[in-house]
Design a protein around this ligand. Structure first.
Ligand SMILES: Nc1ncnc2c1ncn2[C@@H]1O[C@H](COP(=O)(O)OP(=O)(O)O)[C@@H](O)[C@H]1O
Ligand SMILES: [Mg+2]
Length: 245
C-alpha cells in the first residue's frame, strides 16, 4: 500500500476562459495517509466542492497531479478511470444522487453490483450497512418517502458499500439533526481509524472539528490555514464487521 491514499499536488482549476474565467483553485496540495480524517472548511465559493470532485477523479484539474492509492489519474483514460474510482473511492454527494425509482436497499445494492456482488450477498451487506446507519425500518422506502437526513444516510451507506480506501464527503451533516450528525461522523471516524482508510470531509459545520485530525481552511482557491483537529472519536471501539467479501 502506498504511504498516501490520496495526493493532490499543486492543483489548479479554471472554469471557462477569457473574461468569464473563474479560478476556482489556485495551487492546492492535499496529502491523505491511511487513517487520516481531514476536514476542509471555507466560505461558500472558496473551491471546496471543486477540490473534492477533483480528488475523487470526477473532474480533471487544469494543472497539477492527483494520485489515488498510487494511481496517477490525471493522464488516465476515461476507460480506466472508473475502475480506479470504483475500487478506491466512496463519494457522498451533497445532493445525495440517489436513484428515485429504487428503494434504499436497492440504491446500496447497485453500488455492490458494480463490483460483482449480487443476490443474497448484496442484500445482506446492504442491509447491514443501512442498519448500522439506523435505517433498518426504511430498507424498502424510496427516496421520496425518506427525510433529508435519511437520504443522506442512504448515501453514506452506498459510499461505504465497496469498502473504499478513501471516503470523500461533501457536507455530510448538512441535513442531519445533532444526534444523527454525530452518529454519522463517529462512523466515518471509526472507519478511518480502525480500517486505516482516508476520510476527507468538506463542511461549513465547525462541530466536525471534534472528529477531524486535521482542519484545512481554503479561501478563494488557496489553502490559508492548517490546524490540528480535536479528534475525539470512539476509535477504540471494537472493529465492526462490514466485510462480507
Ligand atoms: N462547473 C462550473 N462552471 C463554472 N464555475 C464553476 C463551476 N463549478 C464551480 N464554479 C465556480 O468555482 C468557484 C468554487 O466553487 P465550489 O467549488 O462549488 O465552492 P464551494 O464548494 O466552496 O462553495 C465558485 O466561484 C463557483 O461559482
Ligand atoms: Mg460546495
Amino acid at each position: 500500500m502506498p504511504s498516501e491514499l490520496l495526493r493532490v499536488q499543486n492543483v489548479t482549476k479554471t472554469f471557462g476562459r477569457g473574461h468569464s474565467a473563474v479560478k476556482a483553485l489556485r495551487g492546492i496540495h492535499l496529502h491523505v495517509p491511511p487513517g487520516d480524517i481531514v476536514l476542509i472548511m471555507g466560505p461558500s465559493g472558496s473551491g471546496k466542492t471543486t477540490l473534492l470532485t477533483i480528488a475523487g477523479g470526477l473532474l480533471k484539474p487544469t494543472t497539477g497531479e492527483v494520485m489515488i492509492n498510487g494511481h496517477n489519474i490525471v493522464p488516465m483514460s476515461e476507460t480506466k478511470l472508473p475502475t480506479v474510482r470504483r475500487d478506491n473511492i466512496g463519494f457522498v454527494f451533497q445532493s445525495f444522487n440517489l436513484l428515485d425509482s429504487l428503494t434504499a436497499l436497492e440504491n446500496v445494492e447497485v453500488a455492490l453490483f458494480l463490483r460483482g456482488i449480487k443476490g443474497v450477498a448484496a442484500q445482506k451487506r446492504a442491509t447491514e450497512l443501512l442498519t448500522r446507519l439506523g435505517l433498518r425500518d426504511r430498507l424498502h422506502f424510496r427516496p421520496n418517502q425518506l427525510s433529508g437526513g435519511e437520504k443522506q444516510r442512504v448515501a453514506v451507506a452506498r459510499a461505504l458499500a465497496n469498502d473504499p480506501k478513501i471516503i470523500l464527503s461533501d457536507e455530510p451533516t448538512a441535513n442531519l439533526d445533532a444526534k444523527n450528525g454525530h452518529d454519522v461522523m463517529q462512523l466515518l471516524c471509526q472507519i478511518a481509524c480502525q480500517e486505516h482508510r482516508g476520510v476527507v470531509i468538506v463542511s461549513h459545520d465547525s462541530r466536525l472539528r471534534s472528529v477531524a485530525k486535521r482542519v484545512i481552511t481554503i479561501e478563494d482557491g488557496r489553502l490559508v490555514r492548517e490546524e490540528r483537529g480535536q479528534h475525539e472519536c470512539t476509535c477504540t471501539m471494537k472493529q465492526h464487521t462490514f466485510h462480507t467479501h
